[in-house]
Ligand binder design. Structure first.
Ligand code: 5RP
Length: 222
């Protein structure tokens, strides 16, 4: 199977997973990226079964609306039943690296509100130790050089993602050559650097379920 076929399989599996729990007023959190896009396209077929969505990016909000799926501001909802999103990497504890699409901060906010975070990914994303994928860090623009120097002190090689401005008006540093054996501690340490909005480690709030697309079928990891 191609990587896109595996992504499509996990998008469909996510819909199967949540479908028995949907009620007319259920609010879903929707992530960002190619796998999340496939989920949005699947969701369109059953949009009458949900109340609304909240989106982790302007791009996902636009795609949802193009299907006629209502998108609410997160401040307008009390509860998000499920958050469905992809990842750039996951370990077996379901700690993730996210933010390849620069949406990490809003993704982290929606994940924080959600009762259950379902991560959908193809098998190439499962790794023994996080960090082969460069860790995205969203930074207030005036703090870019300061944060980069602090990240070097932590042992990484930060690279400015040129030409990218996040939905929040900030910039991204991608940290290369930075293996992450202790994701919880590293997430906290980087978030404590002044000028960092957040980093792409989802360890303090990991996924609750990982639907992993493999050539042998979709595996469910808890
Ligand atoms: C966007 C993300 C995505 O979930 C991550 O980059 C995975 O993307 P894809 O599903 O296209 O492989 O974190 O900020």
């Amino acid at each position: 199977m191609t990587q896109d076929e595996l992504k499509q399989a996990v998008a469909e599996a996510a819909l199967d997973y949540i479908r028995p729990h949907l009620e007319g007023d259920t609010v879903l959190g929707i992530g960002t990226g190619s796998t999340a896009n496939m989920f949005i396209d699947c969701l369109a077929a059953v949009k009458g079964l949900i109340g609304a969505t909240v989106a982790s990016s302007e791009a996902s909000a636009e795609r949802l609306r193009s299907h006629g799926i209502p998108v609410y501001d997160l401040n307008a909802v009390d509860n998000v039943a499920f958050y469905i999103d992809g990842a750039d990497e996951s370990n077996r504890a379901l700690h993730l690296i996210k933010g390849g699409g620069a949406a990490l901060t809003r993704e982290k906010i929606v994940a924080a509100v959600a009762e259950k975070f379902i991560c959908i990914a193809d098998e190439s994303k499962l790794v023994p130790t996080l960090g082969a994928f460069p860790l995205p860090v969203e930074v207030i623009p005036m703090a870019r050089s300061h944060v980069a120097r602090e990240l070097v002190k932590l042992g990484g090689d930060p690279v400015y993602r040129e030409g990218v401005v996040t939905d929040n008006g900030n910039v991204i540093l991608d940290v290369f050559n930075f293996p992450i054996p202790q994701p919880l501690a590293t997430e906290e340490k980087i978030n404590n650097i002044t000028g960092v909005v957040t980093n792409g480690l989802f360890a303090l709030r990991p996924a609750d379920v990982l639907l992993l697309g493999t050539s042998g079928g979709v595996q469910t990891l808890y």
